[in-house]
Every structure is written in C-alpha cells, then in structure tokens.
Design a binder for this molecule. Sequence first.
Ligand SMILES: [Zn+2]
Length: 262
Amino acid sequence: MAKGTLRFYEELNDFLPKHRRKTDFEAPFKGKRSIKDMIEALGVPHTEIDLILVNGKSVDFNYILQDGDRVSVYPVFESLNITDVTLLRKIPLRRNKFIADINLGDIVKYMRVLGFDLFYDPLLTPRKIIEISNTENRIILTRSRKLLKFKEATHGIFLRPGRTPEQIRRIIDYLDIKDNIKLFSRCLGCNTRLKSVSKEKILNRIPPKTKEFCDEYVQCPSCDKIYWKGTHFINMKTVVRQILGDFSISSGVLNDQIYPTP
Ligand SMILES: [Zn+2]
C-alpha cells in the first residue's frame, strides 16, 4: 500500500492522538486520495488549516497524495515565513466577524462585551450557519468538529473544552485581533453597535437611584436597550481582566470605555 509521511504543527496537534503529536508519522492510503480527505480522516478539521506543504511546496486541498510524499500541515501562524508559498485561501483567517454555533455558554456574551461582531441565533441549523459564514465572511465558533468538516465550511475555530476566559483568549491570540477590542461598544442582546444617548432623552427609563450617580448612557439603535455603568459593568470588567490578563493593563483597554447594565 502507498504511504505518506505527515507532520502537524502547533495547535493542530491537539486534534491528534498523543503518539502522533509533534512528530513525523506514516499514514497508508489506497488509490486516489485527496490531501483534505486524508487530513480530516486523521481528525483535523480543514477549517483550522492555513497552509499545506508537500515535499516543501504549497498545495491546495485537492492535491492527490503520491506514494512517499512528505506532508507538513500548518495552522494560521505568523512565525512561519510564508512569503514565497501560496496560502490555501486568498483572504487570511484573521477576520473580525464571527457566527456562533449553539451551546457556547458565555462566549457569545463576552465576545460582544469585547466589541466583536458575533452573530448568534439559537434556531439556526448547521447548514444555515455555514451559509451565513460564507456570505457574510464570518468565522464559525463551535464545539462541534462535525460542523467544521462540512465541505462548504471555509473558516472556523474549534473550541476545545475549557473555561470561557481561556477560550476567548485563545480566539484572540489565534487570530491576533487584540488591537480590535472595543470594550462595551456592542449590544449584548442583539450585536448592534451602541450609540451614546443624552440623559434627558431617556430620563423616564432610568431607575431613580441611577439618575443620581450616572450621567452617561448608551443605547442600542436596533433593540432600544439602554446601558450604563452599574453592578453588571463591574462584574463584567472582572471577567474581561481574566480574559486579557496583562494586556488589559498594558493597553489601558479597561480604563476609559463605555458601559453596560440593562
Ligand atoms: Zn440591541
């Protein structure tokens, strides 16, 4: 039987059994086998991959494996010098817009707290999620490998088990989008960008005690929800600090931005 020698780099190793991580290993195959099929059969979703080298040359997902091929598979990462090789995608994975699969818990809320554009509708089917991802250039966030194995899924991040702050930190680091954080700039309910609103305009909607201590308010132009600095705001800041760690201090991201509390 024909065989190829494969090696996976960086976090792609998380998808492999221990004995195949960070080492060369041989994989046998029969007949005409595309590199995409081979890689997914090994458990790595193609959406996590940005570059494949076969015998040192970049190939696309349709490449048909040949006996004796040496295959290196890379996720998105910057330290690799890729200037003279062709990436699998014309548009890099580093995007800012997301669509969430179901069962992501607090991830949806805190991605929006950080200001990321994250579409979420618990009634969407997997097919619909992929369709929106493609038409609106959104990265799929999911805990389902199955969803990322659909042929039509082009951009996705598989969320490994873990605590919400660590998972969000991984998304931010992976895509290198720290500089795009805009804290409390987006409606937590419907994802729309918030706009500041004068106190006078919404006076009858603010609790009497809040009126006394708070002069700044923001409002969602879409669902009309009003936000201000309150107890929720302080609690959320604590989680944001857990997500961003040192970055929240060095960047000053927590110092001067806007507020929520419904
Ligand atoms: Zn809203």
